[in-house]
Write a protein that binds this ligand. Structure first.
Ligand code: HEM
Length: 402
């Protein structure tokens, strides 16, 4: 009996991404996976999973074997849905290379860092009215607003439209508790952006949408051309889809983790120079996207077992981030941690294009929160974990501001 099959025995480790009792705290299960079944097979949902840092780092880079062309979300891979051209997060080279290069040219770290002051003002507008309040909610009051607001800033979308965008994207990713995602509800085409795009085409500015409409690139046939209207809409949808819920979760986790570690929170409040390290440690400790999935294009041997062509495999980033071989005392939150970086933004050709933006948002949000609320206690009863299977985090994160 091979190890992957053996793991199905009665006292063998069991993990699935839909069980709320496991999802509440998956880390003891991840530890067991790393120790007992580093290549794990889940029979109920028919997928493999890798949980050790070194395995994930090695195999995520093997893009010929582990394809993104059927999506990086398990449910989508299993359904073999049609993916429109231009959804570069779910494409392999050469198309991925062409499209990512175009987006990377216009979606620059400089453009993101230039937003810092606007992000700060946005946080102040959200938080100032709460000063003096007994309770705040890290999600409702900031996490749910800021990422959509920032994507709106990037694209040049007026404030009033921004919440609509976020709600649509979140609704598409939501799962019913204990069940896989309903892929029929997914949206890709950037609905809701069309009117704005047409208006922007006639009213150019210095925003990302205008830049995308004007950029010239060499496509996969070698033709130099501009992006089509459909391609721009899909790009915008990829960016909004990838950057909204994830960053909202980061803000929720910031509230939760620093609520649970008041000593460290006080140190950060006393020395804001610790904020960047705190955000990195929060990202390691509770990654908003706990896993990425891939489709296996050919038989591959991992840890002495064959993973057959046609399988789906999950790379458990959240487990890798706690792997003791990489992160000594990995289950402890420590803002003074030194050592190698986490894998929360993925690795290789698909690694997060918005990581600089997510970091700016996380840093500025924490700074502005601490300036107004240096102390808080999480209202554990009122906090509600989300039922999404592609991101992990809080739908509500209320706290008492002492
Ligand atoms: C804390 C927040 C975030 C986390 C944890 C996160 C995580 C990730 C991860 C793990 C991937 C790799 C997916 C894969 O390998 O299949 C990814 C890709 C991506 N992310 Fe992020 N992300 C965050 C924020 C953002 C933001 C703010 C944006 C943009 C506004 C963004 C845009 C993208 C894009 C466009 C890709 C696809 C890159 C490609 O396929 O070449 N992300 N992100």
């Amino acid at each position: 009996m091979d190890k992957a099959t053996e793991a199905q025995g009665s006292d063998a480790v069991y993990w699935d991404p839909y069980r709320p009792d496991i999802g509440e705290n998956p880390y003891p299960t991840f530890r067991r996976l790393r120790e007992e079944a580093p290549l794990y097979y889940n029979q109920a949902y028919d997928f493999y999973a890798l949980s050790r840092f070194a395995d994930i780092e090695t195999h995520l880079g093997d893009i010929e074997t582990f394809s993104s062309a059927r999506s990086d979300i398990l449910e989508f891979i299993k359904e073999d849905i049609d993916i429109p051209k231009g959804m570069f997060i779910w494409e392999d080279p050469p198309l991925h290379t062409v499209y990512r290069n175009v987006v990377a040219r216009v979606f620059t770290p400089k453009r993101m860092n230039d937003l810092e002051n606007q992000i700060r003002e946005y946080c102040a507008r959200c938080l100032d009215p709460l000063v003096g309040a007994e309770r705040i909610d890290f999600i409702a009051d900031l996490g749910a607003k800021l990422p959509g607001g920032v994507i709106g800033m990037l694209l040049g979308i007026p404030d009033e439209e921004r919440d609509v965008v976020r709600e649509r994207v979140e609704a598409a990713l939501r799962t019913e508790t204990g069940k896989p995602m309903d892929v029929s509800q997914a949206t890709y085409q950037g609905e809701g952006y069309e009117d704005y795009l047409d208006w922007r085409a006639k009213n150019p500015s210095d925003d990302l949408m205008t830049t995308l409409l004007g950029v010239e690139f060499k496509d996969e046939t070698g033709t130099t051309r501009k992006l089509t209207r459909e391609e721009v809409l899909i790009f915008v949808n990829v960016i909004a889809g990838a950057g909204n819920e994830t960053t909202s979760r980061l803000i929720g986790w910031t509230g939760k983790i620093l609520g649970d570690h008041p000593e460290q929170r006080r140190q950060i409040a006393a020395d804001p120079g610790l904020i960047p390290a705190a955000i990195e440690e929060i990202l390691r400790f509770e990654p908003p996207g706990p896993a990425v999935a891939r489709y296996v294009t050919k038989d591959v041997e991992i840890r002495g077992q064959t993973v057959p062509a046609g399988s789906a495999i999950l790379f458990l980033l959240a487990s890798a981030n706690r792997d003791e071989e990489r992160f000594p005392d990995g289950d402890s939150f420590n803002v003074h941690r030194e050592g190698p970086p986490h894998i929360t933004f993925g690795r290789g050709i698909h690694s997060c294009l918005g990581s600089a933006l997510a970091r700016v948002e996380g840093r500025v949000a924490l700074d502005e929160i601490l300036k107004r609320f240096p102390d808080w206690t999480v209202d554990t009863q009122g906090a509600k974990l989300s039922s999404s299977s592609s991101t992990r985090g809080w739908d509500t994160m209320p706290a008492y501001t002492r």
